[in-house]
Design a protein around this ligand. Structure first.
Ligand SMILES: [Zn+2]
Length: 494
């Protein structure tokens, strides 16, 4: 079984912020989940590097666009390394391979009559890199960003988007491509108002891929960027890889780029006669004080701060635990700290510390020998089943809630059975059962907080590969295990 997952390409006009990080951590968590289910996973992410805006930013900084894109894309890469993003390919739209694919696709669509030459008249917003409809022609501003727009009239190539109206309606009504479900109507209503053909070239933009036409135009940056989902797995140059992974199983996007992904992108796929993506999931935004967090609003939350203050895994955990994926969430340090102290310090860290201390004291660091309590075996199976369903639906926070059923049970079990009492005849059984339960927690939580789970496995005296697959949930330990070096992983924050 294969699993192909993508994030949008991040525009190198800004350095990575909470929005980019959110999408990428979610994609990473799913990629790890499917790898642990033994799927053949391909996880694609990267940077979108063409367009007028990049050109102008570079100019302002007095450097070349190449220097700018090299610098910012490597900042993204460093950030992903820091937070353990396990992508299989980081694609840049300035790579030769990608540029060749974009040209070939353009040519293919041109030859098929899907693209045609026309005249573009209208307004263009440089900031949004898009053609816009303005409400007032006298003092035209962009409806999305409120910046002044330019009036343009120029020859251009168009993609016959209007041709696909019916097909798109049917696709959205009958398939799972639009997720979560509550987005469906919004998209359908937009399509039913009527689609117009879209311009796919720019005459006077220099920083982009040249159109394979008589006139040397530049291919529209959105058209260029969307095709990375094809070029990233070898479309038109590595057929074997492409056949293996196409179509995407999950494509993650922010809700601000839905129209491109639910309308333009599937229409291009129709035009190329390829199977459609199975799911394109639009997640919500983090807000801070009721506003979307963004550079232009100046209310940026720095992932670096939280990583430094609390650690990489608590940051990953908070992003996916705090808010149902798909809805907006309020990001505040107060909420972060609460979640950190209650879930990670109290529930998880304490459970591990108490258990390891006891094994050390009572049995000289060796796991005693006994049988595992049926209740913990059964609960583990039940939790895994439900957790698995939640993860497949991208309900990350609910997936964690399932895991916490086992977490809470184990803490209570340990309290009630009190294996530290001198006269306790069931101490061995209790400890073996709790050890088994904790090991299961490490497997289930690993897609979310990989580094922590690996460290904790070592502390239990297990090897990394023993928590590598969900298959390992079946493995039961008793006796012979010598626990590793103990350390405190989560410190309470005031
Ligand atoms: Zn704009």
């Amino acid at each position: 079984m294969k699993f192909y997952i993508t994030t949008p390409l991040y525009y190198v006009n800004a350095e990575p912020h909470i929005g980019h990080t959110y999408t990428t951590v979610a994609a990473d968590c799913l990629a790890r989940f499917y790898r642990m289910k033994d799927y053949d996973v391909f996880f694609l992410t990267g940077t979108d590097e063409h367009g007028q805006k990049i050109y102008e930013t570079a100019e302002k900084e007095g450097i070349s666009p190449v220097e700018l894109t090299d610098r910012v894309s490597s900042i993204f890469k460093e950030m992903w390394k820091k937070i353990n993003i396990s992508y299989d390919r980081f694609i840049r739209t300035t790579e030769k391979e990608h540029e060749e694919v974009v040209k070939k696709v353009f040519k293919k669509l041109l030859d098929k009559g899907e693209l045609y030459k026309g005249e573009y008249k209208g307004f263009y917003c440089v900031h949004c890199e898009s053609y816009v409809n303005v409400e007032e022609a006298k003092n035209p501003v962009c409806p999305d960003c409120n910046r002044p727009v330019k009036e343009i009239s120029e020859p251009s190539y168009f993609f016959k988007l209007s041709l696909y109206q019916k097909q798109l309606e049917e696709l959205i009504e009958k398939s799972d491509i639009v997720k979560p479900d509550f987005r469906k109507n919004e998209i359908l209503n937009f399509i039913k108002k009527g689609l117009i053909d879209i311009s796919v070239t720019r005459k006077n933009v220099v920083w982009g891929i040249e159109s394979p036409t008589e006139e040397k135009y530049t291919i529209y940056v959105w058209f260029d960027a969307l095709l990375n989902y094809l070029s990233g797995i070898g479309y038109l140059y590595d057929d074997q890889t492409f056949q293996k992974y196409w179509p995407p199983d999950v494509q993650l996007i922010g809700k601000d780029i839905m129209r491109f992904h639910y309308i333009v992108w599937p229409a291009i796929i129709f035009a190329l006669n390829l199977p459609q993506p199975k799911k394109i999931f639009a997640h919500g935004w983090w807000i801070s004080g009721k506003e979307k967090i963004s550079k232009s609003k100046g209310n940026i939350i720095s992932p670096e701060y939280y990583i430094k203050e609390y650690g990489v895994d608590p940051f990953r955990f908070f992003l996916l635990r705090e808010v149902p994926f798909g809805l907006d969430g309020e990001f505040s340090e107060e909420n972060f700290k609460k979640r950190y102290n209650s879930d990670l310090v109290n529930d998880f860290g304490n459970l591990l510390n108490r258990s390891l201390n006891l094994i050390e004291k009572k049995w000289n660091g060796f796991l005693p020998e006994d049988e595992i309590d049926e209740s913990i075996i059964n609960l583990s199976e039940e939790v895994y089943k439900k957790y698995s369903e939640k993860m497949e639906n991208l309900s990350f926070s609910e997936g964690i809630e399932e895991i916490w059923k086992l977490m809470i049970y184990l803490n209570k079990y340990l309290d009630e059975k009190a294996p530290w009492r001198e006269d306790n005849e069931n101490a061995k059984k209790t400890m073996v059962s709790v050890f088994y339960g904790i090991r299961n927690l490490l497997i289930l939580l690993r897609p979310f907080i990989p580094e922590t789970c690996e460290k904790m496995a070592e502390m239990l005296g297990l090897e990394r590969k023993e928590i590598d697959k969900f298959e390992n949930l079946k493995v039961k330990y008793t006796g012979r295990i010598k626990i590793g070096k103990r350390e405190i992983i989560f410190y309470r924050k005031k």
